[in-house]
Design a protein around this ligand. Structure first.
Ligand SMILES: Cc1cc2nc3c(=O)[nH]c(=O)nc-3n(C[C@H](O)[C@H](O)[C@H](O)COP(=O)(O)OP(=O)(O)OC[C@H]3O[C@@H](n4cnc5c(N)ncnc54)[C@H](O)[C@@H]3O)c2cc1C
Length: 315
C-alpha cells in the first residue's frame, strides 16, 4: 500500500511544539481529531494535531518550523482517498482553510486559478454550467482541488493533469514552489509532486464548448456513477489501480469472486468490486487492510495479477 511521506527517518510527534504552531495559526490548531470525522470512509483513530492554515505564508511558516524539528507532516484534502490507522496518526496533518477556496479568472481564454481547498465537484459543475469544457469527467469526484491535482484524479478516460497549466504549493521544507505542467511526470493517479508538499492552488486552462453538450456529458457520467457505484455508503472510491487501461481492477476482483466479501464491518461492494464500503460505519482500518490483502491474494491466485492500491494508507 502506498505510504506517505516516504522512508526518511523522523523524530516522534513532539507535542511541545504545539504552542509554537498555535502562535502561528491560533485556535485553528486542534489536538486529537478523529480521522473518522475527516475521511469519507469514516474510519480511523485520533490525529494528534490537525492544523488549518489560512494563507500560504502561514502554511510556509508552520511547515518550516515542523521540518526543522523533523516532524511527520502530511497534507489532508477532503479525505476521499485515505485510510487512517485505528491507532490514529502520531503526526501533524495540515489542511487548507476556507480562504483557499477562491476561483480567479486570469484570462478570457479559460485560464483560471483555483484554491487547493476548493471542491473539485463544485468547481467542475460551475464551469460546466458556464459552458467551459474539460472537467466533465470530474462530476461526482468528492475531492479537493489540491488532493485531485496531487493524485491526478481521473475518470472516463480523462485526468485532471490534462487541464493543469501550473501548480502552486509549499514544499516539505516550507519553501514556496511553482510547477509548470510540463515539468511534472504526470501518470495514472500521480502528478509526480513530492510527498510532503502541499498544493495551495492550481491554474487550469478550460476550453469554450457547447453548453448543452457539456451538460449532457456531465449528466451521462453522473448517471453511470449512480448505476455502478455505491455512492450512498461511506467509501474512498476505487481501492486498486486498474492493472491496464483496458482491464479495470473491478473486473479482475469480480472474476475472483470477491463481490460482497466481508471482513468485520468492511465489505467489497455488491455493486462494484473495486470499492470497499463501510455500510454500518463500524469497520476498522484493520478490517479494510485485511480485506485489501485478501483481494490481492485471491486475485494473484486467480489471474496472476498483482493489484496495486490507489488508496493512500496512513501511517
Ligand atoms: C464517492 C467517491 C468517488 C471517487 N471517484 C473517483 C474518480 O472517479 N477518480 C479518481 O481519481 N478518484 C476518485 N475518488 C478518490 C478521491 O476522490 C481522489 O483520489 C481525490 O483525488 C482525493 O482528493 P482529496 O482532496 O480527498 O485527497 P485526500 O484523500 O485528503 O488525500 C489523498 C492524497 O492526496 C494528498 N493531498 C491531499 N490534499 C493535498 C494538497 N492540498 N496538497 C498536496 N497533497 C494533498 C494527501 O496527502 C494524500 O496523499 C473517489 C472517491 C469517492 C469517495
Amino acid at each position: 500500500m502506498s505510504a506517505q511521506p516516504a522512508s526518511r527517518h523522523r523524530h516522534g510527534f513532539d507535542a511541545g511544539l504545539f504552542p509554537l504552531v498555535e502562535a502561528i495559526v491560533g485556535a485553528r490548531a486542534r489536538r486529537d481529531v478523529l480521522a473518522s470525522s475527516v475521511t469519507t470512509l469514516a474510519i480511523g483513530g485520533a490525529i494528534r494535531a490537525l492544523v488549518t492554515v489560512d494563507t500560504a505564508e502561514e502554511l510556509g511558516k508552520v511547515v518550516s518550523l515542523l521540518a526543522r524539528m523533523d516532524q511527520d507532516v502530511r497534507a489532508l484534502g477532503n479525505g476521499s482517498n485515505l485510510l487512517i490507522a485505528d491507532e490514529g496518526l502520531d503526526g501533524w496533518v495540515l489542511r487548507l482553510g476556507a480562504s483557499f477556496r477562491s476561483v480567479t479568472w486570469l484570462a478570457e481564454d479559460g485560464t483560471v486559478e483555483v484554491g487547493g481547498a476548493a471542491s473539485l465537484m463544485s468547481f467542475a459543475r460551475k464551469v460546466s454550467d458556464e459552458g467551459w469544457s474539460g472537467l466533465e469527467f470530474a462530476a461526482g469526484i468528492p475531492a479537493s482541488i489540491g488532493g485531485a491535482a496531487f493524485m491526478n484524479a481521473g475518470a472516463h478516460g480523462s485526468e485532471i493533469g490534462q487541464r493543469v497549466v501550473r501548480v502552486y504549493g509549499v514544499l516539505a521544507d516550507g519553501t514556496h514552489g511553482v510547477w509548470e505542467h510540463d515539468v511534472l511526470p504526470w501518470s495514472y493517479r500521480s502528478s509526480g509532486l513530492s510527498p510532503g508538499m502541499t498544493v495551495t492552488s492550481v491554474v487550469f486552462r478550460l476550453i469554450r464548448g457547447e453548453r448543452s453538450e457539456i451538460s449532457r456529458l456531465c449528466s451521462e457520467h453522473l448517471a453511470e456513477r449512480r448505476a455502478r457505484q455505491p455512492l450512498a455508503l461511506p467509501s474512498a472510491g476505487s481501492v486498486f489501480k486498474n492493472p491496464r487501461p483496458d482491464l479495470p481492477a473491478g473486473r479482475v476482483l469480480e472474476a475472483a469472486g470477491l463481490k460482497g466479501q466481508r471482513v468485520g464491518g468492511a465489505q467489497i461492494s455488491e455493486l462494484h468490486a473495486n470499492w470497499i464500503v463501510n455500510p454500518e460505519k463500524r469497520a476498522t482500518a484493520g478490517d479494510v487492510r485485511q480485506l485489501i490483502e485478501l483481494c490481492r491474494t485471491r486475485v494473484r491466485q486467480h489471474s496472476g495479477i498483482e493489484l496495486e492500491p490507489e488508496l493512500k494508507v496512513w501511517p
